[in-house]
Design a protein around this ligand. Sequence first.
Ligand code: WA2
Length: 283
Amino acid sequence: LNDGIQLRRRETIANMCDERARMLQDQFNVSMNHVHALAILVSTFYHGKQPPAIDQKTFGEYTERTSFERPLTSGVAYALRVRHSEREKFEKEHGWTIKKMDTEDQDQTLAQDCDPANLDPSPIQDEYAPVILSQETVSHIVSIDMMSGKEDRENILRARASGKGVLTSPFKLLKSNHLGVVLTFAVYNTHLHQDATPEQRINATVGYLGASYDVPSLVEKLLHQLASKQTIVVNVYDTTNASAAINMYGPEEIDTGFLHISSLDFGDPSRKHEMRCRFKQRP
Ligand code: WA2
């Protein structure tokens, strides 16, 4: 009889965990498709028109009004590819200097620390990726060179060489106190074939459309809708490095008996994620 109960508990936790993992994965996939569509919007109306048919006001309004299409995202932004030889002209046209990302400052609670006007200019590089368009929720990254942040830079390089949507490892986003991830799509100046080489892609790159995901608050919101928080404990891990998994959501793990692991696929084959679920109480 006890064996029967144990078996049922195992089945219950497996079903609950799989359902939650599937919901999270589906919502992530939906928002990823819309971020991809935004990259095409920028390609068509910013780069495809002379002069560009999108400015900050239009981009800000459009992205705010369509934010329901991108569940789990905290904001989207567009960074332009600027070569060093074009920097002076670019800065003159925009009326601001390209800023270096401030990753030293752990306490960004003071309003003045969030103001790009207080950031240092980016040191000389071959090329930059300053943010020129943003959803209002991430307006604090406008004018910052996204290539000056380690995770953002790696994402930009991988996105443009691959033509796919790529994800960062979890890291502390600017003006946020939690771990998050960034999704990046490159924008190209021509229609590239499916089988274009990385070199052709890099040469055709004109900018980067990115979305930030504040994982803890967004997963919390998703799980809240399911009213099971009394029963189970959920964790989300980045398991790309199997020997050093990163806890992206949920409390420090405590052993309360059964553990069920559901796989999560966020669409970037070079990153691995999983959901781990337990009952709150031992039987
Ligand atoms: N967006 C929001 N907060 C951040 C962040 C970011 N990156 N990086 C650190 N904190 C414009 O891939 C291009 C967005 C980067 C895109």
